[in-house]
Design a protein around this ligand. Structure first.
Ligand code: SF4
Ligand code: SF4
Length: 533
């Protein structure tokens, strides 16, 4: 947990929903410790070939901007308005109905009006009006237009790095205005003058260097996976093989690297390995495409494309037929929403067909990439797995729909099917906090760093309160989810708000219940906790 002094939960929850005395245009940003993220380090900007690498921090008075920074940004805005029709629409459209205003977890957790999605968009729209509309050029503030100043730039930085691009607000907007796309544009424009955060550019730079966000070398990946195989053998008596970089395998499996290296994701990874062993899948993992996540999504469209390409390049090099992807959030938003037009279609791969059940995954026709929850739910639906849900009887489980698989892909029922098959006690959180209305963990989109800890706890508070509700009603003690970032950020969130609840991946729950051929009598779950059989 952060060494920064942050308020205790009972203080933090006293949120003032009173707007400031000054109008929003006249209320400057205050970079209060605990509420912003460190600037991108020069070495990472240099590694990625990004503009204006330098030593600076957002709380500095002087951001060391290039002399022509305003022209650079306005030119960038012009280009994007011409290139992306959705951006132009989102700048012109909004009837101020207010339906989105109280839907953002950062507004709920801070009471800051500029965290209302409608006003967050206005930060950019006001500048658009001033420079790109006749009325704005003529009438200025009267029509909601304003000059692009250094203070405005700082405001953009503060609030576009206080949006997790979760898209919850867009579910409620009658016009379908997607604030996440506006935030992406805001971040792209900031990046043109070298303003970004290290928790985004460092994982992206590591990915370029070693293939994964954590910067782990191939030998480190192999060692870690062998270590997990040892743990599996210890718990189950079964030794699993871990194929790496194997040419000619039928399937390439790509997981988020957080699952190899960070608890509790490691248990989810053990779950993948046990499942694939049990069904005898002809697959391989790769030390080059050793990352499913795509931090490009939190930086720019160009970076999304650059990072996504490596998975497909590796699938081609290894000669696989198709790809399975693990429990990750942003990997799936990229694959489902952007891959086909950015790097696709992946015509050199085959239509995914399960070698175990014969199911054709028609939804993956263009991307040739199947979500592991779909793959596993299909195995269960066809009776291909032996599961003993009593092995999870020490757990009372609820499920957090991770924003990207839920809202961007509509993967809502598959994880529930797996959970219901693998455990006896499953309780849903309130209806307006799950499925497509799910509440964000408060720390996705690169905001899951320690220096931003107070804002994370504020942003995650609505999700934590929904968990607390099922703890009080049903005695829930475990929060399952389907995203590597969530497994880390929800763990901190639970420690802060609901300490009696711990976090797990769906395939950890499955693996606890999975009856494997040749296994010894199981006395513990994957974490080594005793079973209550
Ligand atoms: S996308 Fe999510 S974080 Fe961003 S404004 Fe909408 S609800 Fe808030
Ligand atoms: S819901 Fe949509 S139209 Fe209504 S204020 Fe929000 S962004 Fe504008």
């Amino acid at each position: 947990m952060s060494s920064l002094k942050i308020p205790k939960p009972d203080e933090l929850i006293k949120i003032q929903y009173r707007p400031p005395k000054t109008a929003w245009q006249d209320t400057p940003v205050e970079f209060r410790p605990g509420t912003w993220s460190y600037a991108g380090a020069a070495k990472n900007l240099t590694a990625l070939g990004l503009p204006n690498p330098r030593a600076w921090q957002p709380a500095d008075l002087d951001w060391k901007l290039p002399p022509d920074w305003r022209e650079i940004i306005l030119e960038g805005m012009k280009e994007r308005l011409e290139k992306y029709r959705s951006f132009r629409l989102f700048m012109d459209l909004c009837v101020r109905c207010g339906a989105c205003a109280d839907k953002c977890h950062f507004y709920i957790g801070t009471g800051d009006p500029k965290n209302m999605p409608v006003l967050r968009a206005e930060l950019l729209r006001s500048v658009y009006r001033r420079y790109f509309t006749e009325s704005g050029k003529r009438f200025g503030r009267l029509v909601g237009a304003r000059d692009l100043t250094v203070d405005v730039l700082k405001e953009w930085f503060y609030y576009f790095y206080q949006c997790t691009e979760c898209r919850r607000c867009s579910v409620f907007c009658p016009y379908g205005i997607d604030q996440a796309e506006i935030t992406m544009m805001g971040r792209e424009l900031l990046d043109l003058v070298g303003c970004n955060i290290n928790w985004v550019v460092e994982p992206a730079a590591n990915c370029f260097r070693t293939g994964n966000h954590l910067g782990i070398q191939p030998g480190g990946i192999k060692d870690m996976l062998e270590f997990l195989a040892d743990d599996i053998e210890d718990r189950t008596g079964v030794r699993v093989d871990i194929p790496l970089n194997r040419k000619g395998a039928e399937i390439l499996f790509v997981a988020p690297s957080g699952d190899y290296f960070a608890d509790p994701g490691t248990y989810t990874c053990m779950g993948y390995l046990m499942l694939f062993h049990e069904i005898g899948l002809d697959y391989t993992m790769s030390t080059y495409a050793s990352e499913g996540g795509n931090f490009g999504l939190f930086h720019s469209h160009e970076m999304v494309k650059r990072l996504n390409a490596k998975i497909y390049a590796e699938a081609k090099r290894l000669g696989v037929k198709w790809i399975i992807g693990g429990e990750c959030g942003h990997m799936w938003r990229v694959v489902n929403q952007y891959m086909d037009t950015m790097n696709g279609p992946a015509d050199f791969l085959e239509m995914p067909v399960s070698p175990i059940t014969g199911t054709r995954f028609e939804n993956a026709r263009a991307t040739k990439m199947v979500h592991i929850a779909e793959f596993t739910a299909d195995l269960i639906g066809n009776g291909k797995l032996r599961l003993d849900p009593r092995r999870n009887d020490h757990l009372r489980v609820t499920f957090h729909d991770s924003c990207n698989p839920a809202r961007a892909m509509g993967i809502l029922e598959e994880p529930r099917h797996i959970i219901r098959s693998a455990c006896n006690v499953f309780r849903e959180m309130a209806e307006d906090t799950i499925r497509e209305k799910t509440l964000c963990c408060g720390a996705g989109a690169g905001l899951g760093n320690e220096e931003n800890f107070e804002m994370r706890m504020r942003g995650g508070m609505p999700r934590a309160m929904a968990v607390r509700d099922v703890v009080e009603k049903f005695g829930v003690n475990r929060l399952a989810c389907m995203c590597a970032i969530d497994r880390v950020t929800l763990t901190s969130l639970m420690e802060y708000w609901v300490p009696q609840v711990s976090v797990m991946g769906v395939h950890e729950l499955l693996a606890n219940a999975l009856v494997m051929k040749g296994e010894k009598e199981r006395t513990t779950d994957l974490r080594g906790d005793p079973l209550s059989l």
